[in-house]
Design a protein around this ligand. Sequence first.
Ligand code: DQA
Length: 146
Amino acid sequence: MKILVINGPNLNMLGKREPEIYGTTTIEEIEKALVDYAHSFSAVELEFFQSNHEGEIVEKIQSALNMFDGILINPAAYTHTSVAIGDAIKAVNLPCVEIHLSNIQSREEFRKNSFTAPACIGQIAGFGKNSYLAALFCLVKHIESL
Ligand code: DQA
């Protein structure tokens, strides 16, 4: 099973960026934790992609068609603005789980809306690094059940 993990803008700054909200874990540490956790499932392969550019994320999602079984995505600020990323997820029709480190429902009003979550099978938010691990568990179980 091949899973594409996409991280959106400013997530390359994790560790330094607003640690009181996003914690001190870096994106490399999150990716390593995912790789380690993936070993508890049989034959799960992960590929990682981070971009600060909306179009690059759209193109990466498009390129996942026929290449991956599912997508984990933290669209970061594009969650709240990007019709294009939501449309790309719908276009490839791959099972996708939306991830947020912070609980977007308990923050500013504008963060409560997601343009991408309606295209996903589910959303996990508020558990820091563990949001990613929980999302991997849920996506693997979902794909296995297909
Ligand atoms: C985020 C939440 C977004 O609102 C924010 O713009 C981010 C990170 C999160 O993981 O909590 O960049 O996606």
